[in-house]
Design a binder for this molecule. Sequence first.
Ligand SMILES: [Zn+2]
Length: 137
Amino acid sequence: MSESKPSNSLTPGQHALLESALLQRQQSLEHELQTQLGAQGRVEHAREQLLQDADGEHAHATDREVDLARSDQTLEALRQVNEALQRLRQPDYGLCIACGDTIAFDRLRHSPEVLRCISCQEQLEKSQHSGASAHSL
Ligand SMILES: [Zn+2]
């Protein structure tokens, strides 16, 4: 009866809940990305036409750059969600990559793509924000 449990303590129900949350997120991000890329495509097309028609006047690049930056962010978020979906199938999903501790399910449910437990995440953010200088210990 005692087949090998995953080393994190997620129940099958919790696992399924996280998976469906991730899949939903993946879908909405892909939709967002398609919208953004679609808009870019139109901008590109419009720009080509402009370049063909205009005598020497440059099309505005700024809108396109904003779109690109936005879709970069979406792409990055989508990449994280995809990675989380892959990790979800591994036995060590839900374990902190820094200290190996179990990440609280509440935290996973809120953001299934997290890699670290709360205390390791806080430490990381502290060191990123303060450049490890201002506060004396
Ligand atoms: Zn940790």
